[in-house]
Ligand binder design. Sequence first.
Ligand code: HEM
Length: 565
Amino acid sequence: MPVNSVILRIVSPSALFIVAPCLAVISVLAIVRLYTTSKYHRILSSPPSAAAGSTKGSPPPPIPYTIPFLGHAIAFLAPKPGEFWANLFRSHPRATGACTLLLGGNTTYILFSPSAVEALFKARGPARDGFNLQISELGLGVDHKEGLRYFGVGEGPDLTGITPIQQQEKVWQNYLLEKKSVNELTANFTRVLRDQLAGESNSEKGDTKENVYGLYAWLQDRMFKASTTAFMGSRLLEMYPNMRQDFFEFDHHMLTLFFRIPKLISPTAYNVRERVLSGLINWQQQMQEECKNNPVHPDGDVDWESTYGSRANRARQHYYASRGVNVRTRAGMDLGFLFGLNSNAIPAAGWMLLHILNPEGDQTLLSRVMEELERAERDNRSLDIPTLIALPLLQSVFHEVLRLYVDVLVTRELREDLTLPLDEGKRRVLLEKNAVVMAPSWLGHRDETLWTNPPCDQFYAERFLKTDPETGQQLFTTSGTNGKFFPFGGGKTICPGRVFAKQEVLASVASVLLSFEIEPLGFVDEHGKSKTKFPGLGKSYSGSGIMIMDGDMRVKIKDRKGPRA
Ligand code: HEM
């Protein structure tokens, strides 16, 4: 009897309507897998080394996939830090220095050779304009046309010869990076933070009250208030007192929105974004009315005022006006700026404090850090910021926290073909135009061949210290880390908040440790339940910035000394 007849006897005709499409789908998936696997092996067997001597190089091996168009997107969205990379390198040799993924229809080159990453940051061509536009639309809820208007996509220079992108770069340069402005920002941040800490202290009344907190939750609240007030002015939190809770809920869902997870699957992400936006819109409308659409000029004598805060923020508001964007776009872009301001620096300070105070860690670390910090405390108990930010051990701890906990996908779009060197230029790799290239910090920061002794997944406070052979002194250094360590990205779009971030984080850690005696009481998980181990990495998508903790450390806090200046 023919096989068909046998199948027809076993399977009813209606079942065939289901089986046939399933078989067709399985066949397509199998063919795609076979085709991409054979292409992968073909390219892998003629690696870029074959192109030695040629200046062009060859494209990075394309990792096999099964589902057309989506490619590796589903696996890439695993909400467990590092999981995708660990799986990738189980079957793919790291020695290739680069590989190609298909992410939702986009060819995406992944770089993990330090030489290639270093050269990418030096290249002038690759840009991140398209990425910024995508963040504004998908993550911040800005309308597409408004996003184009804000960034001035495709626009040439204005009458003064400056393009919108250059105008924005000028804002960062003049008000975020220039020494006087960044010092003013740090002074205002420290003033608000220390006022809060002083409010906590009861020593003026001769009271020795002790308080018990989850250290990170306690710190997050105080740092958020200090940085938001220093940058945006005090009116924002007066008008929207619950902003911190909403903001950190949004922060948690930002990548859900960016990766286009539908509202049906994650309604909270969309709802919380609308809540924060509507709070910011209220504030924007009220402030525009109060300042009659003319915020205090950023260049005058005023370094801070209550409506729009810092020079940097007032310069941003003038930029909005020059671009003619509506109030929702302003609120969306403010949310983006608050994200840059708060999402990384606050967890960095949290990880630093937890490691310094960790009862299971190096028991000499706290006293060595305190010895350094006392050098940066003036007689009136204020902080000497230039001394603080040059302390070797403190800087090493800060950089070690960035190494271990920053997970960024530094992303660029290629408008032209780009050739990059692999292993000091002996081999070259060709990246074709119109693709996206990513340098994932996880791969550089946690490369076990580059960070040894102790192994890369361990916190080691002294990792960025070396001993001066002549004086025997401990010196802080990041030399030899190009292309392997890039917490702030690199090149012309490197994070413009990096100088403030360092001052803010170190000033927070110093203020807390110099103000209070802190006694660790044990660790808790995300739900506040006691656990024995130091917090690990919370759930997050690849590229979430500084990774959050999956718990906290309970501490008893008691005043260290009398009132401070
Ligand atoms: C430890 C803290 C921080 C880390 C790890 C961090 C990291 C980064 C990274 C990786 C980028 C992308 C750079 C690139 O593409 O090459 C970036 C961009 C940016 N960061 Fe930060 N950042 C931090 C703190 C801050 C702070 C405190 C501010 C604000 C004062 C800030 C404002 C920004 C802005 C506005 C951008 C976008 C710049 C542009 O589009 O050109 N960041 N940051």
